[in-house]
Every structure is written in C-alpha cells, then in structure tokens.
Design a protein around this ligand. Structure first.
Ligand SMILES: Nc1ncnc2c1ncn2[C@@H]1O[C@H](COP(=O)(O)OP(=O)(O)OP(=O)(O)O)[C@@H](O)[C@H]1O
Length: 284
C-alpha cells in the first residue's frame, strides 16, 4: 500500500504473453484521478483489452505472461493483491453480455458477485434493489437474464458490478455487440454513473461516444501510448490521429475541414452541442 493520490497509477508497464514475440504493452504510463473517466482508443490489436485487464490484475494473474512496471489502484499494488480481492475495488464489464451472465434469475445474477465478497443476505437484497434502479431494471428480480434484450443484458451486467460497490469501473467495448437502441440505453446508464462521480476506464471504437463521455483519452498503438491528455487535447490533434489510422469525432473533423476550406479559425469542438454553441456565438 502506498500513499493514495490517484485512483489509478500505471508506471512503465510492459507486458508480453507467453506466445507473442514482442511485448503487447510497452512502457505504458498514465494516471486517473478520482471521479475521472478515461477513454482508451486505438487500432485493433493495439493492446487496449490487455491494458484494461492489467488494471484489475486479471493479467498476469489469471491470463499469464511476463510483466514489468507497476499498477497501483487506490494505492494498492494490483500484483500483490489477488483478483478476487481487487474485485471489491475494480468492477469489469466485458463486450459480450451473454458471456457474463450465468444464473437463472436476475436477482441471483446480481447476488453472485456479492456472494463472493461475503456480503450478508439482508444487505444483498438492498443492493440488488438499488443496482436494478440504477440501470432502469426495477422489478425485474425474478425474470430470467435470457429473456432480456442485449441492451438490458448489458445493463444487468453493469448492475451486477455496481452491487459490489467498486470505486472503479472498467468497461471493455460494452456496447459493441448492441444495436443503436441498446447502445443508447447503456450510455444513458453510464452517464448517470458519471454524474454520481464514478471513476473509470472505457474502451470504445466510437470516438463520438468517447468525446461525449470521457474526461481524458489515451491513444494506444502497437502497445505504446501515442497520445494522452484531456478529451479536447487529444481529439483536436486531427493530423496525428489520422497518422495513427484513427479519426476525431465527425463534428471535429467537419470543423477542421470548414476552417481549412474557408480559412476560418473556428474552435474545434468535440461534441455537437459544443459546436452548436460555437456557431451560435459567431452568427448571432
Ligand atoms: N491471451 C492471449 N495470448 C496471446 N496473445 C494475446 C492474447 N490476448 C491478446 N493477445 C494479443 O495481444 C495483442 C493485443 O491484444 P488486445 O486484445 O489487448 O488488443 P485490443 O487493442 O484490445 O484489440 P481489439 O480492438 O481487437 O479488441 C494482439 O496482438 C493479440 O493478438
């Protein structure tokens, strides 16, 4: 345990799977403050999921490999603590909802993780109710998880994590398997959690969602941190993003092109709301 300043502190993290020829993470360093959400973007195979799994200790404790560097979460050295103990601090939501659900009823599904933490039964019932309310599934306790839509299943997976009351949530492409309606449902839930001051990491290929949701962005490419800064700092470096075969949110790309075509210097907004405000102030 060391003095706890940042929620997550990763220093010079290098990781290699047993059967890869070179490290899939190379000297990665970043910090996240309490109440901040970090978005991780990067091309396929860049190492985003591996990095996320290093933060809760799944890598290298369950998925083995050779690791160097340090990962501290709430001042705890993740590699000195076991994965079960870390699940009290870090909740993980994966890409595919069905793979995370294993119980007969929604109530049992949410109770499952809490059971592993030794939460008493009375307390469990309170937390189940609270967690279902937080994800908009109140009254669904006795239903089967299989009877839910994809968006609802992913909200249930989030509820199961929330019931464990972690300080930090990591979400690895939580909406990539969902239709647009399901995606919106999940992001609406996440938006509420953010308003309650959640700290977290989210991996998503949709930069518009990252721009609207995250405080900071980390760009990973071939295991290396290529960009790290506030959402605005990263998404306004359009040329650098293009060099990495990535792109900024559509609205930022549009404004950059507008400036280029008309020789203007309109501020590069990263969300549509911000862009509308910018144009309103110019053309009022
Ligand atoms: N269990 C494993 N064993 C060996 N190599 C792995 C394992 N998991 C991932 N890799 C390799 O490590 C590299 C990084 O994979 P990772 O899944 O972390 O990338 P990613 O950025 O999350 O990709 P995607 O956007 O496709 O999800 C890839 O080359 C991948 O093939």
């Amino acid at each position: 345990m060391k003095e706890e300043k940042q929620a997550i502190e990763v220093t010079n993290l290098t990781f290699e799977y047993p059967d890869t020829e070179e490290p899939v993470l190379k000297n990665v360093s970043f910090t996240i403050d309490y109440g901040e959400i970090l978005g991780i973007i990067g091309p396929t195979g860049a190492g985003k999921s591996t990095l996320a799994m290093c933060v809760n200790g799944l890598v290298p404790q369950v998925i083995s490999g050779e690791m160097e560097g340090e990962v501290f979460v709430k001042g705890i050295d993740v590699h000195e603590s076991d994965v079960a103990a870390m699940s009290e601090h870090v909740g993980f939501v994966f890409q595919e909802p069905e793979n995370q659900l294993s119980q007969m009823t929604i109530e049992e599904e949410i109770a499952f993780g809490m059971g592993n933490l030794g939460v008493p039964r009375d307390e469990m019932l309170v937390r189940i109710k609270d967690a279902l309310a937080q994800v908009g599934l109140e009254g669904y306790e006795k239903r089967s998880p299989l009877a839910l839509s994809g968006g609802q299943q992913q909200r249930l997976a989030i509820a199961a994590v929330l019931a464990m009351r972690p300080t930090i949530m990591i979400m690895d492409e939580p909406t990539s398997m969902l239709d647009p309606k399901g995606k919106n449902e999940v992001y609406d839930v996440l938006k509420n959690l953010k308003e309650y001051g959640m700290t977290g990491i989210i991996i998503d290929h949709e930069v518009e969602r990252i721009a609207a949701y995250c405080d900071k962005v980390l760009v990973l490419d071939n295991g290396e941190v290529k960009m790290f800064g506030t959402t605005e700092e990263v998404f306004t470096e359009i040329d650098q993003l293009h060099e990495l075969t990535l792109h900024a949110p559509q609205v930022t790309e549009f404004l950059a092109e507008y400036n280029h075509q008309f020789g203007e210097k309109v501020k590069l907004a990263t969300t549509e709301e911000e862009a509308v405000r910018t144009f309103e102030s110019i053309y009022k």
